[in-house]
Design a protein around this ligand. Structure first.
Ligand code: AMP
Length: 191
């Protein structure tokens, strides 16, 4: 089993790179943002609960997010491993994930932070907003999402650094060049 966390601010390219990585390494992609959006679209109870939070760019509570994530992991008993995208976003989530995986005799292999500066993020999300239909990609909502990232999510990095699992990859450049850097880091880990 190989579990990877692809870490980075909104617009870092986590979704794009995850799609390529799952093909190459035969992993299951779990994006908590995608899961929440599916619940909202299907108008489930959970979807109704989180709709306003997602629209505003605020984080959903740890309890709700962790429960949803654990359920999703359980939905893939045959998985060879997972790519976590957009999770964990708080230290409490990171601790819960470690504990959950440990209970299954499993663990996080590597955490790769895709580094992209704030100016570039704003540019990318403005572009994405033209085609994404995501209300939280609007400029005024992005401020909140970037605040949440630098206020809460960034503290997840020292957590994994302390475990010796954190690697950095420059997230600016050609998609394929970034992908091959990610593969190098992963292959080094899998060696
Ligand atoms: P994303 O697609 O990863 O940018 O996530 C979109 C939105 O979903 C975020 O702005 C949050 O409202 C919510 N969300 C996604 N993942 C998490 C998480 N791990 N913890 C809390 N909220 C989350």
């Amino acid at each position: 089993m190989f579990n990877l966390i692809l870490f980075g601010p909104p617009g870092a390219g986590k979704g794009t790179q995850s799609a390529k990585l799952i093909d190459k390494y035969q992993l299951v992609h779990i994006s908590t943002g995608d899961l929440f959006r599916a619940h909202i679209q299907q108008e489930t109870e959970l979807g109704k609960k989180v709709k306003a939070l997602l629209a505003s760019g605020e984080l959903v509570s740890d309890a709700i997010t962790i429960a949803m994530l654990e359920e999703e992991i359980g939905n893939h008993p045959a998985a060879r491993g997972f790519i976590f995208d957009g999770f964990p976003r708080t230290v409490a989530q990171a601790e819960a994930l470690d504990k959950f995986l440990e209970g299954r005799g499993d663990k996080i292999g590597t955490v790769i932070a895709l580094d992209v500066d704030e100016d570039e993020l704003r540019k990318r999300i403005a572009e994405r907003h033209k085609v994404s239909n995501r209300p939280d990609d609007a400029a005024e909502k992005l401020v909140k999402r970037i605040d949440e990232y630098f206020g809460k999510t960034i503290h997840v990095l020292p957590f994994y650094e302390g475990q010796g699992k954190l690697r950095h990859v420059n997230g600016i450049g050609e998609i394929d060049a970034i992908f091959s850097e990610l593969c190098q880091v992963i292959d080094e880990h899998l060696k």
